[in-house]
Design a protein. Structure first.
Length: 264
């Protein structure tokens, strides 16, 4: 089954793809069938679950926080697959903000998102995930190196928290930043995008002005990923130091990770 046909099969899971095939600096490629990414699995249909069950997954990494899981629901459980919840954002951080995104009127949205505030919020969140979630990203990479592949990583939309965790995994595998960015930006494809939900309470609804204000929150933008990479360089000097000192990856762990996830 091709990547495109796999995505067409999934009715209740958005933004699904196999990260396999991306090239590394040493001329190898990420093995197909070992790392997948998607939006949440809470609305997976029985047919979706059957498809995902056929991927021989070892672990599903769910990066949503408690507020996300309350909003969308828990993942549909896949038989024989371990589900590991590693929240990469605080449920208290932005609960009121996201309520405003769903319910707010145009003037309220203008106040919290206008004049570049939406872009600033997203850029800051990427920087913060790099500096304050080193323990979580270390845990993810060590799990992948030990026993957790094939793995599926997801958050709510499969764009930001999952996107950055996939990017960090790919950095550890030696994938070029340009290839990482190209995969990240695929989340903008119309059939992959998270569906924006607005409450009927808001008179502003889904007007053009509202959608323009919300766009920075629901787009995958290269500038966000660049902010994360810049934060790595500013904080640790380079990717290697980030991986070894920031995330505690030893050479033997890196070797195991690459042997599991790269073509030989």
């Amino acid at each position: 089954m091709t990547q495109e046909s796999a995505e067409k099969v999934l009715a209740g899971v958005r933004n699904f793809r196999d990260v396999g095939g991306l090239p590394t600096a040493d001329g190898r490629r990420v093995r197909r069938g070992v790392l997948f990414r998607s939006g949440h699995l809470a609305h997976a249909t029985p047919e979706d679950a059957a498809f995902l069950g056929g991927l021989a997954l070892h672990t599903v990494f769910d990066f949503r926080n408690a507020a996300d899981r309350k909003l969308d629901g828990p993942d549909v459980m896949l038989p024989g697959v371990r589900n590991v919840n590693i929240p990469l954002s605080d449920p208290a951080d932005g609960a009121e903000f996201w309520k405003m995104v769903r319910d707010g009127e145009l003037d309220q949205l203008q106040t919290i998102l206008g004049d570049g505030l939406g872009v600033e919020r997203m850029t800051t969140s990427y920087r913060t995930m790099i500096t304050s979630r080193t323990a979580e990203h270390s845990r993810i990479l060590h799990a992948l190196a030990e026993d957790s592949v094939p793995a599926l990583m997801h958050c709510a939309a499969g764009k930001d928290r999952a996107g950055l965790s996939v990017a960090i995994t790919l950095l550890a595998l030696g994938v070029d930043r340009g290839a990482i960015e190209a995969d990240y930006l695929l989340s903008n494809d119309p059939h992959r995008r998270y569906k924006v939900h607005r409450s009927a309470k808001s008179k502003a609804g889904m007007s053009t002005e509202v959608l323009e204000l919300l766009a920075p929150l629901f787009d995958a933008r290269a500038a966000y990923l660049h902010a994360a990479f810049t934060t790595i360089d500013e904080t640790w000097g380079d990717v290697e130091t980030y991986l070894t000192k920031g995330l505690g990856l030893t050479d033997p762990t890196r070797t195991r990770l690459r042997s599991r996830m790269l073509e030989s």
